[in-house]
Design a protein around this ligand. Structure first.
Ligand SMILES: [Fe+2]
Length: 301
């Protein structure tokens, strides 16, 4: 019998599977103990999700504003300080030819897209439900998708959020340095970061300091890492990589950011303020002052 698919069925876009994206039984005791102060590996169910294929990424590149699409050459030095170069290119072509384009391409903060937003929130809800309640509420959920050529590298940098980096295609190795190393991540640098978003001076060189952790990621695996941990990424050389990063701020990370913003002000006055966590009463006082300052600012607006 000859069967033809109906035109409606043929034209339909593939429906995204419903999840779950992270099964709680895959989160072990060690991972639960590590959250949120140390990185740990996770398993996920995002392989094959229609948003996380070359076609899915291409569709996203075409519908998000151009400012959300970033790229750089694949062969940057992992120890590069500052932002990598962004040579003129058509990002759609880079994605289409990613196997040979020798490029790294990122879709930054694309959570305004309804499908991406739903996926990011669903994943993070499921992940946090599987972990101990140690960070309070989740704020500012963001989603970043990366597609990159075999062997592509992302130089050392840091981000202010809790991060789940999830590998969907190809492989990569993620190197991480503990934010507690004050010789490579001094408090003054963290204070500059939370007040100006400036990480250009991050003094980490792989030659000088071996990473504290190196995770090898394959499709179906991923990684949680805490805010501000310096990290660098290098792809496997066999095929192009696709990965997703779902990030969030928390009551916990916001508290530290507020204290560091206050510390930056105190340091400008010539004082040597104590870092977050060193003194409970000092932390409380600084947060109170910052909250009052913000309240006053709102009043005079
Ligand atoms: Fe990052």
């Amino acid at each position: 019998m000859h069967v033809t698919a109906s035109p409606t069925a043929a034209a339909a876009t593939p429906r995204a599977p419903a999840g779950p994206w992270l099964r709680p039984e895959t989160v072990g005791v060690e991972s639960r103990a590590a959250f949120p102060t140390r990185p740990f590996a996770v398993r996920h169910e995002l392989v094959g999700h229609p948003l996380l294929t070359v076609e899915g990424i291409l569709g996203l590149v075409e519908r998000v504003p151009a400012k959300h699409v970033d790229w750089h050459p694949a062969d940057v030095d992992l120890d590069l300080v500052g932002r990598p170069p962004k040579p003129p290119a058509d990002p759609r072509q880079l994605v289409r030819e990613i196997e040979t384009a020798k490029a790294w391409l990122g879709l930054d903060k694309v959570q305004a897209d309804p499908e991406v937003r739903e996926l990011a929130h669903a994943f993070l809800r499921q992940a946090l439900a599987a972990l101990p309640e140690r960070v309070g509420s989740m704020h500012r959920v963001e989603a970043n998708f990366f597609v990159s050529s075999p062997g592509a590298r992302k130089p050392v940098h840091m981000d202010p959020e809790h991060n789940f980096l999830l590998q969907v295609r190809g492989t990569k190795t993620v190197h991480l340095w503990d934010v507690a190393h004050k010789d490579i991540v001094p408090e003054t640098l963290l204070e500059a970061f939370v007040t100006t978003d400036d990480w250009a001076g991050l003094p980490v060189s792989r030659g000088e300091r071996e990473p504290d952790f190196s995770f090898h990621l394959e499709p179906g695996t991923g990684l949680y890492f805490p805010p501000f941990w310096p990290h660098a990424v290098e792809n496997g050389t066999d095929q192009a990589s696709i990965s997703a990063s779902f990030t969030f701020h928390s009551d916990h990370s916001r508290r530290d950011e507020t204290i560091r913003q206050m510390n930056a002000k105190l340091r400008r006055l010539g004082l040597s303020p104590r870092p977050p966590g060193a003194s409970r009463w000092a932390d409380r006082l600084k947060r109170g002052v910052m909250a009052t300052g913000r309240g006053l600012k709102n009043l005079v607006r």
